[in-house]
Design a protein around this ligand. Structure first.
Ligand SMILES: *Cc1c(COP(=O)(O)O)cnc(C)c1O
Length: 345
């Protein structure tokens, strides 16, 4: 079988959420946008609900609709993107809670769905989503009269605890919300790790649940094993792959693996990234093709049937670091062609 094997450890996901929930002074929600960071909302969300998560967050209403079918009627589902034109039926039928980001969204919401729950997203400095302080001052009394269920904001630099931006955003968020009798939420994974001042009533962990940095104590969640289709010896002067991108200077054994950029193995990993054959690190040679990758297995004594890209030897963040991206992108890029196995259900 040439299909690569992606194993997702639901027990580790549950343990990571539990650990972050334990650190949280208030209630921990769970962020399952982008198909639970690429790991499968249909498996991940029920596991987290069983673990005790009662409030879930998605990016857009369509994700919320899918999540409602998966979770059933109980849990609250909050939509970061708020109430966009055309969302009213989705929000109503799936009983989703939009986080309203502007006066326009507020007006749209109360007009289309009077009495339907909503939250408010405030911009405390990131300038991405949410009402700015001046907008909020103008709308505040009207909005509060409609009983929002949550007021939230988002930190721009929570993965760098020393960054002054977080303290600035905390002050701004407090100025905008102190004295209001509505549950508040400021922190994702990074903010949870920065301590209680940042927790308020609800936290929104995502990447830490899925085993990524900045949650250094996270349990590993994913393993990706890629089958070896063929091996060959190349002699000095011979080239490997598209564009003759790599040329042997010494005799080299090359293994051809059955995965490529169509599976989310980034082309930028060419000549930079590694696979693991047991305890031996094997460099990627030449280009990453759509379906195939060539690696140097000269040092491998006994060729295993699969090489590891993600697993005990290599985290998502290690792979991300090699090409200047983040673990989040490595996870959400994982393709649909893998055989997916869920363990610890
Ligand atoms: C994605 C997201 C989160 C989760 O962030 P992590 O860093 O993955 O924990 C929380 N809140 C908002 C608004 C987000 O967009």
């Amino acid at each position: 079988m040439a299909q690569a094997q992606l194993t997702i450890d639901l027990a580790a996901i549950r343990a990571n959420w539990r650990a972050l929930a334990k650190l949280t002074t208030g209630e921990a929600g769970a962020v399952v946008k982008a198909d639970a960071y690429g790991l499968g909302m249909d498996k991940v969300a029920p596991a987290l609900a069983e673990e005790g998560a009662r409030r879930f967050f998605v990016a857009i209403a369509e994700e919320g609709v899918r999540l409602r079918r998966i979770l059933g009627p109980g849990p609250e589902i909050c939509v970061f993107g708020g109430h966009m034109e055309g969302d009213a039926d989705l929000l109503r039928d799936a009983r989703l809670t939009p986080m309203l980001n502007s006066i326009d969204q507020m007006l749209r919401h109360v007009e289309a769905l009077p009495g339907h729950p909503f939250g408010i997203q405030l911009d405390s400095g990131m300038n991405r989503l949410g009402m700015e302080p001046a907008e909020w001052s103008a709308l505040r009394d009207i909005a509060l009269a409609q009983n929002p269920v949550l007021i939230m904001s988002h930190l721009a630099c929570a993965d760098e605890p020393e960054h002054g931006m977080s303290a600035f955003q905390l002050r701004t968020f407090r100025e905008m919300t102190d004295g209001i009798d509505v549950p508040r939420s400021l922190s994702a994974t990074g903010g949870i790790l920065m301590g209680e001042d940042y927790h308020f009533d609800v936290t929104r962990p995502g990447i830490g649940v899925y085993g990524g940095m900045p949650f250094a104590d996270a349990q590993r969640v994913v393993e990706l094993l890629v089958p070896v289709i063929q091996t060959r010896e190349v002699t000095p002067g011979e080239s490997v792959g598209y564009g003759n991108a790599w040329v042997a200077r010494v005799p080299t054994r090359v293994a051809t693996l059955s995965a490529g950029y169509a599976d989310g193995v980034h082309r930028a990993l060419a000549q930079k990234g590694y696979f693991w054959a047991g305890e031996t690190r094997c460099k990627i040679l030449g280009r990453v093709s759509m379906d195939l990758i060539t690696v140097d297995v000269t040092a491998v004594k006994e060729m295993p049937r699969h090489l590891e890209l993600l697993g005990p030897h290599q985290t998502i963040d290690k792979v991300a670091d090699a090409i200047g991206t983040i673990g989040y992108e490595v996870l959400t890029s994982l393709g649909s062609r893998y055989a997916r196995t869920y363990t610890g259900a």
